[in-house]
Design a protein around this ligand. Structure first.
Ligand SMILES: Cc1ncc(COP(=O)(O)O)c(C=O)c1O
Length: 447
């Protein structure tokens, strides 16, 4: 006899059955089922740069920092590393130094909360902002699924703002803010990724960054800037200043991740929340302190051992992750250029296949004249041996999308070639068997 069930899925929080939360599992499951397929899907950092000896060295380096630079005795240093610790973290000063050195962002270390990856930072910020059923979050679409999933868990509706080739459509953002307010809703913030976004690869120009900040000030809207890929421009061009670097009015809550620049397994990220919050008693504190209260009930504190590893890596490079990632930047840039050249060779004009040309980061988006869904991904894995990510996973409306995301971070140029050959075979077969071009669904990721 079958075991009786104890709970109905329908009796749990609806988010557990939401596509935003099942997306990652589905993609992992496909990857595990076809381990020999070339993966142009995984947005993981390249494992060639993992060094078995580095974490121990970094841990020792951070311990020396505690003793020699912060004046902690051996007992206290041991406690800092091994004991429950400060909720806002123990590498906050190093994070602030890193932001000053690499980004020209000068923040009070007290405004930094060190988190369990950037994912926790997102969750804390959204939890704090979602105060009322009228609250909504705006997010540039296509949107990183981790953001949508976190919002779902918090019963915070996400309203898309057109991204387009310029990274964010400012007229649409203003429209969305006003429309939401006209409906009696409270748009609390807009989530943006101005540098080499995941998944679109798009970047926001300097002029648009300034306009976006002006718009946020005029509309009294916070911007949540997520920047995991900013250190990886593909060419020789300089990096643009982050929104936070241009933010003179404290409109920007800045999210950082060390997953791509130090070590994903450390699971360390952070949020800079320097917004001033007025308390009931008139006292003014930092938004970071409110986030810390939430964190104390979610993860208590970020593992100090993991923080120490990241802290040591920062110290080893005088707090510059730009310096620490010279080889990584070169490899990712080479791969992205290789991918774009490979697409051009395999789909010469007048091919109906199109793609964008990101200036950096891990991702590019390919548009094809047929819908791209999970069934096609399975077929691609099984029959063609190549994995990619359906762009539909990054939109919230369940509509079919005729585009896929390719990632170059965890593959070699040879694997990119093999993956593109296989993708070209899939596309050729789909073009001969698929319906009319009326199946086309236009989305603004690569318009
Ligand atoms: C845009 C974006 N934000 C946040 C994250 C999560 O970062 P972390 O691993 O630090 O939680 C990722 C991970 O891929 C990402 O692509």
């Amino acid at each position: 006899m079958d075991e009786p069930v104890d709970l109905d899925l329908a009796s749990l929080h609806p988010a557990v059955d939401d596509p935003a939360l099942t997306s990652m599992n589905f993609l992992n499951e496909v990857a595990q089922h076809w381990p020999d397929a070339v993966s142009l899907a995984a947005g993981r950092p390249c494992e060639e740069f993992f060094d078995d000896d580095a974490p121990r060295r970094w841990l020792d380096r951070f311990r020396r920092h505690l003793v020699e630079e912060l004046g902690q005795g051996p007992e206290q240093a041991r406690r800092t590393l091994f004991q429950y610790g400060r909720t806002k973290g123990v590498v906050h000063q190093l994070v602030a130094r890193n932001l000053a050195v690499d980004e020209g962002v000068h923040v009070d270390p007290e405004a930094v909360v060190v988190t369990v990856g950037c994912q926790e930072a997102m969750f804390l910020v959204l939890r704090a902002l979602r105060a009322d059923p009228r609250d909504v979050l705006l997010a540039v679409a296509p949107t990183y699924v981790g953001l949508t999933g976190a919002a779902r868990l918090l019963d915070l509706p996400v309203r898309p703002v057109a991204g387009g080739p310029t990274g964010v459509d400012l007229a649409d953002l203003r429209d969305q803010v006003r429309r939401a307010r006209a409906e009696g809703l409270r748009p609390r913030a807009c989530y943006v990724m101005p540098d080499f976004a995941n998944p679109s690869g798009a970047s926001v120009s300097l002029e648009d960054r300034r306009r976006l900040l002006d718009l946020a000030a005029e509309e009294e809207l916070l911007l949540i800037e997520d920047n995991p890929y900013g250190l990886f421009p593909a060419g020789e061009q300089g990096r643009l200043p982050t929104l936070k670097a241009l933010d003179t009015r404290r409109r920007v809550v800045y999210l950082g991740s060390f997953a791509k620049t130090v070590l994903p397994g450390a699971r360390v990220g952070y949020v800079v929340a320097d917004q001033r919050v007025a308390g009931r008693d008139g006292a003014v504190g930092l938004l970071a302190d409110q986030l810390a209260k939430i964190k104390s009930m979610v993860t208590v504190n970020t593992s100090p051992l993991a923080q120490a590893i990241v802290g040591g890596a920062l110290l080893e490079h005088d707090c510059s992750l730009v310096t620490a990632n010279v080889r990584q930047r070169a490899a990712y840039g080479r791969n992205l250029r290789h991918l774009l050249a490979g697409l051009a060779r395999r789909f010469p004009a007048p091919s109906p296949v199109r793609w964008n040309a990101p200036a950096g980061g891990f991702f590019a988006v390919v548009t094809v004249p047929f819908p791209v869904d999970d069934a096609l991904l399975r077929r691609s894995a099984e029959r063609y041996g190549v994995l990619w990510t359906p762009m539909a996973h990054f939109y919230d409306d369940g509509a079919p999308v005729n585009a896929l995301r390719l990632s170059v971070s965890a593959v070699t140029p040879d694997q990119i070639d093999l993956g593109l050959d296989r993708l070209a075979a899939l596309v050729a077969d789909e073009l001969t068997t698929s319906g009319s071009p009326s199946a086309l669904v236009s989305r603004d990721a690569v318009r």
